[in-house]
Ligand binder design. Structure first.
Ligand SMILES: [Zn+2]
Length: 401
């Protein structure tokens, strides 16, 4: 049980738009009221936005890999939930359980794919040598059942990036799962009520994943400009896309990522791991594979225009958890989304796609996962970085410097 909080004189972005209201009350970790000039419950903490601040749902990063202090790092930057896209099942179980413990207020909540589907020696096995693998379509149902019993929240497949994955890992071509086996995994997931996602790096692989019945792309492809059929087919098949433009920017040599270190809102909260990664990128790194960031942004824009749900994700692994999502929002706007649409891609759209019905919006009865910023990010997306406070289940997050 936590003390109540009331936010007054704030602009409110509810996950889709700015709503005609200026105050929000929170009690016991839940939003209890949204309206005008709401009365503060006795003994509540009053947060006064002075008509100069914006209150948003806590952000959701739809593609990460949780390593070390990732969830604690993420929360400081207003990311209250991370969707992990491949990890150790046991670690994920314990981190999810921690959301009900007193430390919930210091780390982001997480959902996870657990072990991703790959073949023996395939992409993913370089990070997780002991993960279960599969080869044939008739192994798919058992594979998915095992993930479900381990607590996987959705199913991820590493598809058809043998040469590219190998280039990134610095060795010869890696074996890849076949399209038939991917299709069988997607069908098994669907049969058990789980979303399926595919890791793809090329447009060709994206088309094949969609054809195989995969529900979501864990990345937009980065190898070329989009064929105009891509958006049509993606919309027709009802898939969603996690953009991960930040990952493309990083792979492509770093782009403007190093400037995060100088951002007055983000810089002081970055840790040594974050800063050393940004320094490495600033030093200029050789591209292990060709990356077409502009093509990736075009693909995102065309898919969005065709009605494909676009989700914000960073693919953060060792560094930049939380911070990178602010750059992702900026890249989504550069791709053609409005700031409000980009903010939805990190809140309401993601909660809708993943069925996270208790979060992703500012509304009565929902979790009080909230981000308060100075200024108006709906007018200028980089204002998400001017963080005035973060609340997780109604608890103010200690941010430090
Ligand atoms: Zn990933």
């Amino acid at each position: 049980v936590t003390r109540g909080t009331v936010f007054r004189r704030v602009r409110i972005f509810d996950g889709e738009r700015v709503i005609p209201a200026d105050s929000v009350t929170v009690d016991n970790g839940v939003i209890t009221g949204v309206g005008h000039d709401l009365d503060a419950p006795a003994d509540a903490t009053v947060i006064d936005g002075r008509d100069a601040m914006t209150l948003l749902p806590g952000l959701i990063d739809a593609h990460t890999h949780v390593v070390g202090p990732a969830l604690r790092r993420a929360l400081r930057f207003g990311v209250t939930t991370e969707l992990d896209m491949a990890n150790h099942a046991e670690l994920m179980r314990s981190l999810k359980a921690a959301d009900n413990e007193p430390e919930a207020g210091v780390q982001a909540d997480v959902r996870s794919a657990g072990a991703a589907a790959t073949v023996p020696g395939g992409h993913g096995t370089q990070f997780f040598p002991d993960i279960p693998t599969l080869t044939e379509p008739d192994e798919a149902d058992e594979f998915v059942a095992a993930r479900l019993s381990e607590g996987s929240d959705y199913i991820k497949v590493h598809y058809r990036d043998g040469r590219r994955a190998a280039a990134l890992a610095g060795h010869d071509e890696m074996p890849v799962i076949t399209q038939d086996t991917m299709a069988a995994v997607a069908a098994a997931a669907r049969g058990r009520g789980l979303l399926s996602l595919a890791h793809v790096g090329t447009q060709e692989a994206a088309f094949e994943a969609i054809e195989a019945g995969i529900k979501g792309l864990a990345h937009i492809f980065v190898d070329q400009a989009p064929d105009k059929r891509f958006a049509e087919v993606a919309a027709e098949r009802g898939i969603f896309v996690i953009a991960t433009l930040t990952m493309a920017e990083g792979l492509g040599g770093g782009g403007e990522l190093p400037s995060l270190a100088d951002d007055p809102g983000l810089g002081p909260h970055l840790d040594a791991t974050d800063l050393s990664m940004l320094r490495r990128l600033a030093g200029g790194q050789e591209q292990a594979i060709p990356v077409d960031l502009q093509g990736a942004q075009e693909a995102v824009n065309m898919a969005f225009a065709a009605g494909v749900p676009i989700l914000a994700g960073t693919d953060s692994i060792m560094a930049l958890h939380g911070a990178a999502l602010h750059r992702e929002l900026e890249l989504l706007v550069a791709a053609g989304l409005t700031p409000a649409q980009a903010l939805s891609a990190a809140t309401a759209v993601t909660s809708d796609v993943f069925g996270l019905t208790d979060r992703g919006r500012v509304g009565t009865g929902l979790r009080a996962d909230l981000l308060l910023v100075e200024g108006d990010p709906v007018a200028d997306i980089v204002r998400t970085r001017a963080i005035a406070g973060v609340w997780k289940r109604g608890v103010a997050v200690p941010r430090g410097a």
